[in-house]
Design a protein around this ligand. Structure first.
Ligand SMILES: O=P(O)(O)OC[C@H]1O[C@H](OP(=O)(O)OP(=O)(O)O)[C@H](O)[C@@H]1O
Ligand SMILES: O=c1cc[nH]c(=O)[nH]1
Ligand SMILES: [Mg+2]
Length: 209
């Protein structure tokens, strides 16, 4: 079974309190999501492989460490994933980026795919799938299934807020995918929104409601 990491660092909890607050403006919301994305990168990338490189400092030569192998590929789930991916990308600027467009049908709650574009060599890369919200888990499960179909198998899922129902569904469908969460909330409401949550992440990021 996959690991679930709840990243309750004080800085993350502090920023999450503003992200959840309905009085927070669109501009501040976007900036805060970006910042929490950046803070989460430390833990998410903790186990990346390093290799030795010879470096000449102004004083002497030494053996230093650099990330080895092919670069990371970020996969934001459109739309809301874009807002969080920006912060992650600032700390891993050489990462490739694939995109998958999914929306949650409000009646069936199924994830409907409307766009997908991935790097050609995605199967050789460490993949970080990014979406602020893990509610029923349908969108994350669908996105990861689509990525695996292209041959990738080293996949982590990164989100701001998860419901227990979403964590369970994702672990059941993709038991090899570790899950990184800033906050694990209580449950889903009757429309499958996360309680207490933050509302609709896409609408709050892009000011569409
Ligand atoms: O776990 P689930 O029940 O699938 O719900 C989570 C999904 O819902 C939201 O996207 P939404 O469908 O609102 O699309 P948007 O990003 O375009 O707003 C969110 O960003 C996730 O992708
Ligand atoms: O609470 C939720 C659930 C799904 N999508 C969101 O943006 N928020
Ligand atoms: Mg939305």
């Amino acid at each position: 079974m996959s690991n679930v990491h709840v990243m309750d660092h004080p800085l993350i909890q502090h920023k999450m309190s503003y992200i959840r607050d309905k009085k927070t403006s669109t501009k501040d919301f976007r900036e805060l999501v970006d910042e929490v994305g950046m803070l989460m990168v430390y833990e998410v990338t903790r186990n990346l492989q390093l290799e030795d490189v010879e470096v000449e400092t102004p004083i002497t030569t030494m053996t230093a460490k650099r990330l080895s192998g092919k670069k990371i590929c970020l996969v934001p789930i459109l739309r809301a994933g874009l807002g969080m991916q920006e912060g992650v990308h600032k700390l891993i600027p050489a990462a490739r980026v694939g995109h998958i467009g999914l929306y949650r049908d409000p009646e069936t709650l199924q994830a409907v795919e409307y766009y997908a574009k991935f790097p050609a060599d995605i199967e050789d890369r460490d993949i970080l799938v990014i979406d602020p919200m893990l509610a029923t888990g349908a969108s994350a499960v669908e996105a990861i299934t689509a990525i695996k179909k292209r041959g990738a198998n080293k996949i982590r899922f990164v989100c701001l807020i998860a419901a227990p129902e979403g964590v369970e569904a994702l672990q059941k469908a993709h038991s090899d995918v570790d899950i990184y969460i800033a906050a694990l909330d209580e449950k889903l409401d009757e429309k499958s929104y996360i309680i207490p949550g933050l509302g609709d992440a896409g609408d709050r990021l892009f000011g569409t409601r």
